[in-house]
Design a protein around this ligand. Structure first.
Ligand code: SAM
Length: 348
């Protein structure tokens, strides 16, 4: 063994086991979603209350700590990293983190680094994201109507998001549009959104509103079952079943008239946990093993307790060994939150 190889080997031993992550139900955990901030420049009505109290900045993991945490997961077999939030692109210095994480893409130890964004900062960042090896992003957009957009996001401007999407496409990024189906708000627009997205070469996924966090609005008023959405879309389009899966919760069809792909995420009408390959970390280093359960593990303490990654590795292993079998969203319980934290805390 050369001196360099021996040093690397020693480093690996010191850092921890690097064992692959497999939960008690035999599911390999290969996908990590990281909420890099709980802050957002929008206040979507189904996501946050208008007067949200955010975490003190001192509680947040630094960019270096986030990099170290993500890198340990990559060593342990995670192949896909998604940066989310809050709004990931409002975290100061976010491109420093993207740049440092992109080394795992270059090294072949990560298949994909990606971002979920509301699009408000894309004019500024799209080119840099593409230059760092990001190939695909998700942009959340629930309406094409500027007034409705303002009503849903409370603070957002549709023009800025549209310009951001243009910038992303011009930079060569593949864009997937995520739409939350909201009863009485955008339900009459979903077909137009499909045509618009597919017409611009973008995939679109429709998401059922999930009972997460107390956001001060009546859940049952927002809830629109996707079974109904799908039935209505079938009157306008020919939806062809396809065998496309990403290991995630979405189920896909091809729209014959547009040639585009349409996804449905139906946590409330369809249980997708059996194929779950993911866990989530918040910006304070709390690991949530399931979006819809309270089970969590603190990774910040072991991260900060030692420069070696042994403690962190042990904490991650113990957490994965306790990953719940599935979630427990039930809208019939009166729209009460299944878990107290909002999507912006856990990282949507
Ligand atoms: N700010 C980024 C964005 O807008 O995409 C990332 C974070 S946001 C929390 C991620 C996604 O979660 C968005 O598509 C948002 O619409 C969705 N979301 C938030 N709360 C939700 C809820 N209660 N049910 C379903 N989707 C929700």
């Amino acid at each position: 063994m050369t001196q360099h190889a021996a040093a690397l080997d020693l480093k690996r031993t010191r850092r921890g086991s690097g064992d692959a992550l497999v939960d008690p139900f035999g599911r390999a955990i290969t996908y990590l979603r990281v909420s890099v901030t709980d802050r957002c420049d929008f206040r979507c009505v189904y996501c946050m209350a208008e007067d949200m109290t955010f975490l003190p900045k001192a509680d947040l993991l630094s960019l270096e700590e986030l990099d170290r945490l993500c890198s340990v997961f990559v060593e342990k077999g995670v192949r896909k990293l998604r940066l989310t939030g809050g709004e990931p692109l409002v975290r100061r210095g976010i491109m420093t983190l993207v740049t440092s994480l992109s080394r795992h893409l270059a090294a072949g130890s990560l298949d994909e680094l990606t971002v979920t964004t509301n699009g408000s900062q894309l004019v500024k960042f799209a080119g840099e994201l593409a230059a760092r090896g990001i190939r695909r992003i998700n942009v959340s957009l629930d309406t094409l109507d500027p007034d409705k957009f303002r009503a849903i996001t409370r603070w957002g401007e549709l023009d800025k998001v549209m310009a951001g999407i243009d910038a992303a496409l011009a930079a060569g990024l593949q864009v997937k549009i995520n739409v939350v189906a909201l009863k009485g708000v955008n339900e009459d627009e979903l077909g137009d959104l499909v045509s618009w997205a597919h017409g611009r070469g973008m995939e679109l996924t429709i998401i059922e509103v999930m009972p997460l966090g107390d956001i001060g609005a009546e859940r049952l008023e927002q809830y629109l079952p996707l079974s109904l959405v799908r039935a209505r879309l079938s009157q306008r389009f020919t939806l062809e079943e396809i065998d496309y899966r990403t290991g995630g919760p979405a189920r896909y069809v091809k729209v014959r008239e547009t040639g585009g792909r349409l996804g449905f995420i139906t946590p409330l009408t369809h249980n997708f946990c059996e194929s779950c390959n993911r866990v989530r970390v918040t910006c304070t280093g709390t690991l949530y093993m399931c979006l819809g359960q309270e089970d969590s593990a603190d990774l910040r303490a072991p991260l900060r307790a030692s420069e070696s990654d042994h403690l962190l590795n042990a904490a991650i292993d113990a957490a994965i060994a306790a990953k719940p079998k599935g979630h427990d969203f039930v809208i019939e319980r009166g729209g009460k939150p299944a878990v107290a934290r909002t999507m912006s805390t856990t990282g949507g």
